[in-house]
Design a binder for this molecule. Structure first.
Ligand code: CA
Length: 370
């Protein structure tokens, strides 16, 4: 808590000094600096769920402190105000002012939203942040969500996930036939095309569904979160790599009308708090996944397995088809896809000489198997 307070004070000082020196056109000097706003934020996560479920809590806390209580946001877990998967609609329609979740949950009504969480074999967390903040992604996301009266901001990233939990070994594509798996987003569509059955259920319901046999397999996040939900008690094999979600970006969504009502300093605090928490969440996963994996393997005797190359290759072929298919006829979807794909190509080119080259060299020198 102490560390958090220090960073909040630094953030608050920064924002205060910006506010005092601002001569930005449109920054209303007469904006009501005393008006207090009491907002509600619904989320797709179980209340206070470690990692991503704490992201909305952290955003609300930072904004409350930076604004000296002028913007007071109460966070609700999945189902407390609306069901998890109605978050988008509730914020779009103004039932509540804000929501926190993942854009790929809305792909049924907004197919291109998928690009702003993760697409199979797409961008890692670091690459995703680059595309959004400095590669043109953010403007496209805002344009897409403006259709729904929403303002989006990045609000967390879990880093590369695991492929998921199975009760049998996956040695070839035929082992996926008929498997009923919790796997949302485009990854789910790909899984179906590969012969399985995909379902999307909120995190809080996965354990029971696995335990009762409603589903045979599930992907959720990675060791840190999966350990908390206890999947090792109901599934034996833990597969990697997380081809379906290489660096999923989480979203903070704000009703456009509510956002417009805020003075510019409170708008800036919201944006800054959410981007700071985006980095905080990724850092937490980076630090905690390792410990949790160790516990899963050493204490709970989980069998960790790599998906075979030919299974990954088959999933990649289907993924490429599905990504193209979701673009459809919509010109904006086309622009989003072209921006994402051009960026992905170029970032991979440099990655060969930087991240991947370094990781390969370090792993080899440290004696890791290729
Ligand atoms: Ca996942």
């Amino acid at each position: 808590m102490k560390l958090l307070s220090v960073s909040l004070v630094v953030g608050a000082l920064f924002l205060t000094s910006c506010g005092q020196s601002s001569t930005e056109p449109g920054a209303s000097a007469s904006a009501d600096q005393t008006k207090r706003y009491k907002w509600r934020m619904v989320t797709t996560w179980p209340k206070n769920f470690p990692g991503m479920g704490m992201a909305p809590e952290k955003i609300a806390e930072r904004v409350r402190i930076m604004s000296n209580g002028r913007l007071d946001i109460t966070v609700y877990g999945a189902g407390e105000v609306v069901p998890a998967l109605e978050t988008f609609e509730a914020v779009s329609q103004g039932t509540v002012q804000m929501g926190h979740g993942a854009s790929y949950y809305w792909r049924g009504s907004v197919p291109a939203a998928q690009f702003f969480t993760a697409v199979p074999f797409g961008l890692s967390a670091q690459e995703m942040n680059g595309w959004l903040l400095h590669g043109g992604g953010m403007a496209l996301w805002e344009e897409l969500y403006a259709r729904f009266n929403l303002v989006p901001i990045s609000g967390g990233n879990t880093g590369t996930q695991m492929a998921g939990w199975f009760n049998k070994e996956i040695n070839s594509l035929s082992d996926l036939q008929g498997v009923k798996m919790r796997i949302p987003g485009l990854g789910g569509e790909v899984f179906e095309a590969a012969g399985g059955t995909a379902v999307n259920i909120p995190g809080g319901e996965i354990f029971t569904s696995l335990q009762t046999g409603v589903i045979d397999a599930a992907e959720w996040v990675g060791p840190f979160n999966d350990l908390v939900l206890g999947f090792h008690q109901v599934a034996k094999y833990y597969y990697y790599p997380g081809w379906q979600e290489p660096g999923p970006n989480l979203e903070l969504i704000i009703n456009q009308d509510a956002f417009n009502e805020l003075p510019k300093d409170l708008q800036a605090m919201l944006r800054n708090a959410s981007l700071a928490v985006n980095n905080d969440v990724l850092s937490e996963y980076t630090a905690r996944n390792n410990q949790a994996l160790k516990e899963l393997v050493e204490v709970h005797k989980v069998q960790v397995r790599r998906l075979p190359d030919d299974v990954l290759a088959a999933l990649k072929v289907i993924s490429d088809e599905k990504v193209r298919a979701l673009v459809g006829e919509d010109p904006l979807n086309r622009r989003i896809f072209e921006s994402y794909e051009a960026y992905r190509r170029s970032v991979m080119d440099y990655n060969e000489l930087s991240e991947r080259a370094f990781h390969n060299a370090r792993a080899k020198l440290e004696g890791y198997e290729p």
